[in-house]
Design a protein around this ligand. Sequence first.
Ligand SMILES: Cc1cc2nc3c(=O)[nH]c(=O)nc-3n(C[C@H](O)[C@H](O)[C@H](O)COP(=O)(O)OP(=O)(O)OC[C@H]3O[C@@H](n4cnc5c(N)ncnc54)[C@H](O)[C@@H]3O)c2cc1C
Length: 471
Amino acid sequence: MSIPDCDVLVVGAGPTGLTLALQLLSRGVRTRIVDQDPGSPKMSRAIGLQPRTLETLDMMGIADRLVEIGHRTLRTSVYVGGRRRLGIDMTAADSAYRFILHLPQNRTEEVLRTRLAELGGEVERGVELVDLVQHGDEVTAALRDVRGHESRTSASYLVGCDGAHSRVRQLLAVPFEGAPYPFEWLLADAELDGVASDDEVHVYWGSAAQPLALIPIDGRLWRVSAPVRADRDGAAPTLEEIQELVDTRGPGGIVVRSPETLTCFRCQIRSTGTYRVDRVLLAGDAAHIHAPTGAQGMNLGINDAANLGWKLADVVTARAPGALLDSYGAERRPAAQQVMAMTDGMVRFILDPSPVRRALRRAIMPALRTPLMQRRLADRMAQLAIAYPDSPLSRPGRVRGVPRPGARMPNIRLHDGRTLHEALRAGLPVLAGPADGLPASVLVRPDGYVAAVGPQAEGLTQQTRSARVGT
Ligand SMILES: Cc1cc2nc3c(=O)[nH]c(=O)nc-3n(C[C@H](O)[C@H](O)[C@H](O)COP(=O)(O)OP(=O)(O)OC[C@H]3O[C@@H](n4cnc5c(N)ncnc54)[C@H](O)[C@@H]3O)c2cc1C
């Protein structure tokens, strides 16, 4: 049996691939990460890190670095006919991070790359995956560098984190089911004069059927986002056009200036039916894409990587059988479907111009303002509501006063003074119990979800001593 060149080849160094490489390297897995992009400056796409993603990054020890340089956004206010009718208040979220952290995606990626370097890793830039073949216990990949030189490399596993147009997905012939939306979005990252507060997202529905969103990026720059009918074929807007949209759809008196980005994009809602074909897996935008409404996509990808990282590490080091990897798709596909349904619902709620839908919108807004609904909305936006109760890894059992198996475990303080997230930075499960102020034992997986509660949790830990979940 030949030894592959590396344990895991990560294709794509966007937020998903970088997070996965960090997860693997921090557990001592021999990892290569390649990206076809030679390092050219990119337009920043995502700007929102949700509370659950910040928790995930805290378990990796890097949330503080991001929070230090990001901009806290506390709520989204929706104005109809000039009056504030609805707010989604992130301060109601059940997390220490009661805000969405706004930071341009390229700066988030910079922080992830810095951590990668600290762990001895590096993105191989200008290296494109052009082919892959699975045989026996390994995957052989054909890579092409910027000079057109092709080489072959082998890995025990390959993960396609290569975005919406994923070559890996195409080579696997995995369908990407879905459709484009009948809208294009115009975006401008620019300075704005005349907006009331920069700690919230402002969404305006004026007399125009289509809304306008003003999203603070960093205290200086704003993202102006406005859907329009899909009839411009991707033509970028001018500053004058953006100003006109802000004048007609906004509250009046707002001046747009010094744009850094003016762009138009068409978005789609698509996903794969599977996340794994033998030794090749898909994560992030390669497996699911949807509208940017609600700032969810990058967050889903980062959390896909956190779910897959510890499982892949256990499998390649032979501490768990390959079947553990099936739980990745079993858990993350429903999570993506849930988020996609939410963003699709938001698109329809916001953009459907029919008079019936508009009347319905007005009718249900008061119900959305109750404290219970506020908390639910915040937790769903924050991706804190994602749970894996039906996962094969969630052991049956329920104990009053502790989260159910499959649920997210809150970041409690442990008896030794560390927080749960700090303890999870070692990359292993944690058994918490009465000494930590809990009414029963709880076995927490390395990604911060509950695996088992009560005697089940203790039994599992004793069985494995080093507490490998899922073996
Ligand atoms: C305008 C806009 C606004 C958005 N706003 C938000 C937001 O606020 N919040 C949010 O969560 N999400 C947002 N998103 C979505 C977010 O940008 C994506 O979900 C996120 O970038 C997905 O990360 P990824 O790592 O999976 O893929 P990508 O970021 O697309 O990275 C894929 C990488 O793979 C590389 N690659 C591709 N093919 C190959 C190959 N054959 N070989 C080697 N490398 C390859 C590419 O060069 C790229 O670097 C927005 C998207 C858009 C378009």
